[in-house]
Ligand binder design. Structure first.
Ligand code: ARG
Ligand code: GLU
Length: 711
């Protein structure tokens, strides 16, 4: 990785706000307009967010509670990532209709598939309610009293606004509790699956390429939002009609050149850009490395078994993806923070803050902040470490985690109503079927041996769950665990569920896997959580004051609030990057790269025959770039995070260029410290998306409802 010298890093830190950094509140975008236009934007802030006329915001949704989606036709057609639609694609898949493997295309609306449980949320309006929420509140109050007043104020404001609006009202803190905004949302619950490419396209490169550039994933899926006849939300009904948005996105076929202005409009989940140095150091150099080390050991075990057996490979694919996603990301955070001197930059900034605090008007509020941060984070560290071991080393032992599902059943008494017991049994039966379908005991035994050994080696006796302190010999314990627990055997679990009687509870309570689970939960409840929450309450106060102090210190600076799963605009340029001396990444990839990666023996790199045909014939139609190739993905210096998956990346005219779906692992530190040299988001090129829909799938019905701008 390219290493900036410490001096350069510190000089850069002097001008802390970088172009490219920041997740901006749409209703306040007029303050960024000038900069955005200087960078090349040809539309106005008002075109992006307005209450007086339709604007781009009317086309953006929070998709399924965790991703972003955008409306691309007057008939509620919606684009998001394949990995965002994955669960619903999977639910509709079976051996006969394997949409995950083969893709799915509704050739007319009657073929679209309802997705129970899936909803999309439109932001209708945003209001600044800071003064009302902080009414009667001051910085000298006890934190509990302060929070009580704020909660009361919030309740009152919501009740008032709710009287006059059909929308759902909520209020969220911004700038770590220094500002509050009210959100009016509308949630649509009839959302149907319209199309998705085969996984060979939508997930091409799989977990191998996850977080990595160069990338060739066609990460998109298509849904449609339905409404009642008045355009209002309604639960699924055959009578519902496609939702007509106030605005849908136009699609550009021009592509993006290096240096072009671009912006992302979506729902980033969480960033922490205003942490003190000690916290960044703790995250990057204490917590993340522990999680990376533990998960790395588990992934090694998975890999070894997965390579030997096709069935096991499929069984552990999704578990591997889950553990691997964080593992790779956190590795990037540590590397990035250290190579780019993230902690030193923060310390340098803190020195100037301390100087400022010495002369500040209410200096008593700020002068000890950094010292208190140091103290509180030191207190917090062992508990965070304990929690990291518990969740990574403890609960990744599948038999123990699975046993935890039966904890409530083990508490059933003679007074528990029979219907409740029946309901528990039914849901446990389902959980059990799902568990055993993808369970391979030799893996779990090895994971258990490895994780318990690590746990005992690295955590002192008073920072680990009680059951660990009774283990003399890990191998013997693991042998005993798997021999004695019923949770290693589907038959025994079925037997328990089929013939459940209260007199079986005693035996259940003695089950070693369930006991291990309970021991972990008790440890968390009694020894970790109370201390952690007390310290975190203190930290929330410090963090709020530190944020306020920074804003007072630099009144001219535009600060952007940390992500909090509300709608934001982020902007930068289409550009590649230099991750390492001698390595220079171009900003785009092409179909050529898919053919280079092709390997029929490696699941992640199998290429669809039909795609190969189109490639061989260079049959790209109007979707080809002017260089004649098919562009697949591109990078930009736009600040994004989890939740931005599926977000539109738009050009200077506000037209759709692609769908954001990932970041480069070298720059994942951007959740803590953003560096414009190394932080890049990755998007799938919209022309590749259209090419797949049109040429690969022949779903011209969908192309025809979109607004496609050719030049
Ligand atoms: N890294 C992306 C994100 O954080 C994509 C994850 C899904 N893709 C995958 N290959 N596992 O969520
Ligand atoms: N893949 C992420 C998501 O699902 C986006 C990548 C990131 O963290 O930036 O939201």
């Amino acid at each position: 990785m390219k290493k900036t010298s410490l001096l350069t890093a510190l000089l850069l830190a002097a001008s802390w706000a970088f172009a490219g950094e920041g997740m901006w509140i749409p209703m306040l975008l007029q303050y960024n307009e000038k900069e955005m236009q200087e960078m090349g934007m040809r539309i106005t802030a008002d075109d992006i967010y307005s209450l007086n006329h339709s604007s781009l915001k009317d086309a953006i949704v929070l998709f399924g509670g965790g991703c972003t989606g955008e409306i691309v036709s007057d008939y509620g057609l919606l684009l998001t990532n394949h990995h965002c639609g994955y669960d619903h694609i999977q639910k509709h898949s079976s051996v006969e209709h394997d949409y995950l493997t083969n893709g799915f295309w509704a050739m007319d609306r009657s073929q679209e598939l309802p997705c129970p449980g899936l909803s999309v949320i439109f932001l209708r309006e945003m209001r600044d309610v800071t003064q009302k929420v902080l009414y009667n509140v001051n910085d000298d109050m006890e934190e509990k009293e302060r929070q009580r007043l704020i909660n009361d104020n919030i309740k009152r404001i919501i009740a008032e606004v709710e009287k006059d609006t059909p929308y759902k009202v909520s209020i969220k803190p911004y700038f770590l509790g220094n500002e509050y905004y009210l959100l009016l949302n509308e949630e649509y619950t009839d959302v149907r699956l319209v199309g998705c490419p085969p996984s060979n396209i939508g997930k091409f490169g799989g977990d191998t390429d996850n977080w990595v550039w160069p990338r060739h994933t066609g990460d998109f899926s298509i849904f449609r939002v339905y409404a009642d006849k008045n355009g209002r939300p309604a639960d699924y009904s055959a009578d519902n009609v496609p939702y007509k948005p106030a605005k849908h996105l136009d699609i550009s076929l021009k592509g993006a050149e290096e240096g072009d202005f671009a912006f992302v409009f979506g729902y980033p989940a969480r960033t922490s850009e205003y942490l003190p140095a000690i916290a960044v150091n703790q995250e990057a150099n204490v917590i993340d490395p522990i999680a990376v080390d533990l998960r790395g050991k588990i992934l090694d075990i998975y890999n070894r078994y997965q390579e030997q057996d096709r069935k096991v490979r499929i069984q552990y694919a999704s578990k591997h993806a889950g553990l691997g996603n964080g593992w790779k990301k956190w590795m990037g955070v540590t590397e990035g923070i250290n190579h780019f001197h993230g902690v030193e930059k923060k310390r340098f900034y803190e020195e100037s803050f301390q100087q400022w605090a010495l002369g500040a008007r209410n200096r008593y509020l700020y002068i000890d902040l950094l010292k208190q941060f140091d103290q509180k984070y030191k207190e917090l560290e062992p508990y965070r470490v304990a929690y990291t071991y518990l969740s990574n080393a403890g609960l990744n032992i599948e038999i123990i985690d699975f046993a935890g599902n039966f904890n409530r059943l083990a508490q059933v008494t003679a007074d528990t109503p029979q219907e409740e017991v029946d309901r528990m049994i039914a849901s446990l039966r389902q959980a059990s079927n799902e568990f055993f379908k993808d369970y391979y005991q030799p893996i779990d035994e090895e994971v258990a041996r490895t994780m318990l050994t690590e746990y005992l080696k690295h955590q002192p006796a008073d920072f680990r769950p009680g059951f660990l302190n009774e283990i003399n010999n890990v191998s013997q314990y693991v042998e005993h665990l798997f021999a004695k627990s019923i949770f290693a055997s589907q038959e025994k679990v079925n037997d328990l569920l089929d013939n459940f009687k209260p007199n079986k509870i005693k035996k259940l309570q003695k089950d070693p896997a369930l006991q291990a689970y309970q021991s972990m939960m008790n440890f968390y409840r009694d020894e970790v959580n109370p201390q952690m929450s007390a310290i975190n309450t203190d930290l929330a106060r410090l963090q709020r004051l530190y944020m306020k102090g920074q804003m007072l210190m630099e009144p001219e600076k535009r600060f952007s609030p940390d992500a909090n799963f509300t709608l934001r605009v982020t902007y930068g340029k289409v550009e590649g990057f230099k991750p390492q001396d001698g390595k220079n990444y171009r900003h785009f990839t092409t179909l050529e790269g898919i053919m280079e990666k092709e390997n029929p023996d490696i699941y992640d790199y199998v290429v669809e025959p039909k795609l190969k045909q189109l490639y061989n014939r260079k049959d790209y139609g109007r979707y080809a770039d002017k260089d004649g190739t098919m562009h697949v993905a591109f990078t930009a210096s736009v600040h994004t995070t989890g939740g931005n998956s599926g977000s539109p990346i738009l050009n200077a005219d506000g037209q759709l260029l692609g769908l954001n779906f990932d970041r480069c692992w070298e720059g994942t530190m951007s959740d803590l410290v953003y560096d414009p040299d190394i932080c890049r988001n990755i998007s799938v090129d919209i022309r590749y998306v259209l090419f797949i829909i049109d040429k690969f799938a022949g779903a011209t019905n969908l192309i025809n409802e979109m607004t496609i701008i050719e030049n």
